[in-house]
Write a protein that binds this ligand. Structure first.
Ligand code: ARG
Length: 279
């Protein structure tokens, strides 16, 4: 374990939850009859932004659009690597107009946006991990998109099959702790994940690629502990994922608890609210 883990400064794009609500159900967490406290959600979200800024990260915001209650989940808007933007095409018709709003943010910021030919929910299912991109499928993003992403970026894409509807996006079941590439023969960085969210074959793939991965319990995964953001040192993590945070601390990471409990009602957490802009 390194003496002291080194953080990398990140640039994030987020969307204020001004119009956040649970009005339809497109995953098992969403119950439109259960109220959401929009003020509390706003407060929790501002705490997240503050935590990022306090730790040296840049945070940009996109203007929220009325009637798009899931637009707060910025991670679904795109995958941005080396300044190139692979846009989104949502599975649920209710979320499809979000792509337009995000695409115009990217264009105004000087990026060209590639429009996918098949369902793609951005960093929800496409997780860059140094020398390759880990890609989830089964509920939202398609295998056709995985192929298209590989062609677009010229980076190997590793398809992983998700099998549990509670973990319908890859970023609910796995996150990258550290993507420092140790060179062709060195370790590929490290991840944390919940094995039961994946098919047996995909579990096998993850075990081969990451023999030293941090494995989370179902309880920590259900507490959105794997919907975390790591800068290589600090891990912004749901406070109820206690056991996972303890494991990470033992490995030299510094857990930074940020409570987004209101967003869990829509099936989202810290990472879902955070789009990374990799220039
Ligand atoms: N209600 C949203 C949906 O089901 C939540 C999206 C969460 N985003 C994520 N990156 N996992 O689409």
């Amino acid at each position: 374990m390194p003496e002291s883990r080194v953080p990398r400064r990140r640039r994030f794009l987020v969307c204020e939850p001004r119009h956040f609500a649970v009005e339809y159900a497109i995953n098992p967490w969403m119950h439109p009859d259960q109220p959401v406290d929009v003020d509390l959600a706003g407060h929790q979200w501002r705490e997240l932004v503050r935590a990022y800024r306090d730790h040296g990260h840049t945070v940009d915001t996109v203007e929220p659009v009325a009637d798009l209650p899931d637009m707060v989940f910025a991670a679904n808007s795109a995958l941005v690597l080396e300044g190139r933007v692979f846009g989104s095409l949502f599975h649920a018709p209710e979320r499809r107009p979000e792509s337009l709003a995000y695409d115009s943010w990217f264009r105004d910021a000087g990026y060209e946006v590639h429009r996918p030919g098949s369902v793609c929910e951005g960093e929800g299912d496409l997780v860059p991990a140094g020398r390759w991109i880990l890609a989830g499928t089964g509920f939202r993003t398609t295998r056709e998109t995985h192929q298209e992403v590989q062609e677009f970026f010229g980076v190997p894409v590793i398809s992983l099959q998700l099998v549990d509807p509670h973990f319908y996006h890859l970023d609910t079941a796995l996150f990258v702790l550290d993507s420092e590439d140790g060179g062709p023969d060195g370790p590929p960085g490290n991840i944390a994940y919940y094995p039961e969210a994946f098919s047996p074959g995909s579990r096998g793939v993850l075990a081969r690629l990451y023999p030293d991965a941090v494995l989370a319990t179902r309880q920590d995964a259900m507490a959105f502990g794997l919907n975390s953001v790591s800068d290589g040192r600090h891990v912004f993590i749901a406070p109820r994922a206690k056991e996972l945070a303890d494991q990470l601390a033992r490995q030299g990471y510094l857990p930074v608890p940020v409570d987004l409990s209101e967003f869990h009602k829509a099936g989202g957490g810290i990472k879902c609210c955070t789009q990374e802009i990799r220039s």
